[in-house]
Design a binder for this molecule. Sequence first.
Ligand code: 13P
Ligand code: ZN
Length: 268
Amino acid sequence: MQKLIEEIKKTSSDMARRGWAESNGGNISLRLNKDQFALFDGYSPKSESFPLPVSMPEIAGERFLVTGTGRFLRNIELFPEKNTGVIELDSQGASYRLLWGYEPQGAPTSELPAHLLSHCSIKKKTNNQSFAFIHTHPTNLIALTYAVANLDTKSLSKLLWQSHAECIVVFPAGVEFLPWIMAGSMDLGRATADAISLRNLVIWQYHGICGCGRNLDEAFGRIDVAEKAAEICLKVMAAGGAKQTLTDEQLRAIAANFRCEVDQRLFE
Ligand code: 13P
Ligand code: ZN
């Protein structure tokens, strides 16, 4: 249990220190692996059953460590049992109950639809190898969605790849760009789950980013690299724009050198 809590403490504090989690901004969910799942065997439910807006049979019976709505990520380090909770889905994936946390009372993040629907996609696409999903508000990535005209998945992926030579290695499938959708909505949840089935990072216009990974470190790392690229990109724009940049040939060469499977359609 302590090890599991230490993981989320590290990730949430890193996010807060990076300035990605102002006030209650951002949320984290971790689908519990076999060992982590067993830690909560024998816990009696602390809440009634809450119906999910749609059934999610793909993640029926799963347990998740999820940050609480309205809670500050920077406070998880101090009071994990207040700011996070463990929920368990029923055997149909139609409702959940609280097993632990959100002391003295509380509820999972308002972005629960995006988290749980994305976990369905992630579990399937990675053959049950990926467990972490993070949503956060990194300043430079958000700024980029205002500063660049006519953004779409292709142009944003290319811009980030060109802004930092490591990007194509870390996210060779690119980033999916979602035009603005209301926070916390089922529409945003569905669009994010579809997007994350294609790529490991999803940008929410004017709002933030979502990332997935095998564990919290991998999800965090992907977001961190994208945010660094966005920072470089904005600095270059502020300095009068790029006078030269990585060519398609160079990007392809980096990907080939590190044996990364690039989404070639992003070059077309
Ligand atoms: P919660 O406090 O409900 O997690 O919401 C924060 C957020 O970032 C919404 O997009
Ligand atoms: Zn948000």
